[in-house]
Each structure stands twice: as C-alpha cells, then as structure tokens.
Design a protein around this ligand. Structure first.
Ligand SMILES: [Mg+2]
Ligand SMILES: [Zn+2]
Length: 184
C-alpha cells in the first residue's frame, strides 16, 4: 500500500486569497516547493484535498479551479502533487442546485481523504494531514490518519487558540510541518 500526505490547498500550499480562482492570484507560500519535494523524495504521495464552496456559490467554476491547479503544478515543478480532490458543495449557502447538497466530502468530513485513499491504495494509518483550519485537522482525524498538523499560514493564526485548547500539533508552515511529520 501507499502512504500519503493529504494537504489543504488555500493557506497551506498557496497564499490565502479569499475565493482564489485565477492563475494570476496564485502565489505559493514560502517553503511549499521544498516541502512537496521532501514529500516526493520520502516516497509519500502528495494529495491535495480542498473545499471549494465558491463553486456552489456560483462565484467560479471547476474550469477556473483547474486553471489554478495547473498554475500550482507549474510553480511547484519539478516537485509534484500526485492528485487534487475538490469539494464543490455547500449544503445551505449554495445557489447552484447540483452543488447545494449535504455531501460527504466537505471537510471536516473525511470523504475526499477516503476517496483518494481508495483510488491510490493508501494506508491511512501511515499517512498525514496538513491544514490551516481545524476543519482540515478534524477531517484527517475522521479519516484515521497517523497525525495531523495545523500550520500558522493562511487562517492558522485565527484558529490557534482553539487548536491549542484541543491540544493539536501546530507548526509555522508547510515545510516545518512536513519536516516534523517525516521525523515521527
Ligand atoms: Mg485552507
Ligand atoms: Zn462535497
């Protein structure tokens, strides 16, 4: 079986921009390319799991999300993300009917992690989650990963007090988180 790092996208890999949906606004956080390279070299899959409720809100479409994805791939090369999974849903605030559902993939639900684990034959008990929100960390826990780390980039600072109350592991950024998890 394979091992994986599940990675939130906005605020972890790229600089947080509210409802990012253009390649022009897509900028990597410092250390991201090195972090992904370390994941690649350590023999783990790098799998992005990203809530994109902006699609349900009608703010942008999956074609925009794919353009951002291509830009991220370009900026990261030669480091490589193995797969991107998105949740385009929102149960209450959606305006696009097909996406206005109570899905099983919107984090903190573990659906994207479980689906990608099935697709890539991933052993969740040997895998990790990195996110900038507690909902990311809770999705990792619900999927049964070995450990999850909250980073202080993106929305991390806003959620720090609550993360500390919960006893979550917190690191400065994706690179520090990857280095920590690879040494567990
Ligand atoms: Mg995020
Ligand atoms: Zn969903």
């Amino acid at each position: 079986m394979n091992k994986a790092f599940f990675l939130d996208r906005d605020g972890v890999i790229n600089v947080e921009v509210n409802y990012l949906h253009t390649p022009e606004e897509t900028v990597l956080n410092e250390g991201t390319a090195e972090a992904i390279r370390k994941i690649n070299e350590a023999g783990y899959l790098a799998i992005v799991v990203s809530n994109q409720a902006g699609i349900a809100y009608g703010m942008y479409g999956m074609d925009d999300v794919k353009k951002v994805e291509n830009k991220i791939r370009e900026l990261l090369a030669p480091a490589k993300i193995d797969a991107f999974y998105y949740c385009p849903h929102h149960a209450e605030k959606g305006v696009i009917p097909e996406y206005t559902i109570d899905c099983s993939c919107r984090k903190p639900k573990p659906g994207m992690l479980l689906q990608s684990a099935a697709d890539f034959d991933v052993d969740l008990s040997q895998s990790f989650m990195i996110g900038d929100r507690l909902s990311d960390i809770h999705a990792g826990d619900a999927a049964g990963v070995k450990a999850s780390v909250m980073v202080l980039t993106g929305h991390g600072h806003k959620e720090l007090a609550k993360a500390q109350q919960e006893g979550q592991i917190v690191k400065d950024d994706i690179l520090r988180a990857v280095e920590y998890l690879l040494n567990l």
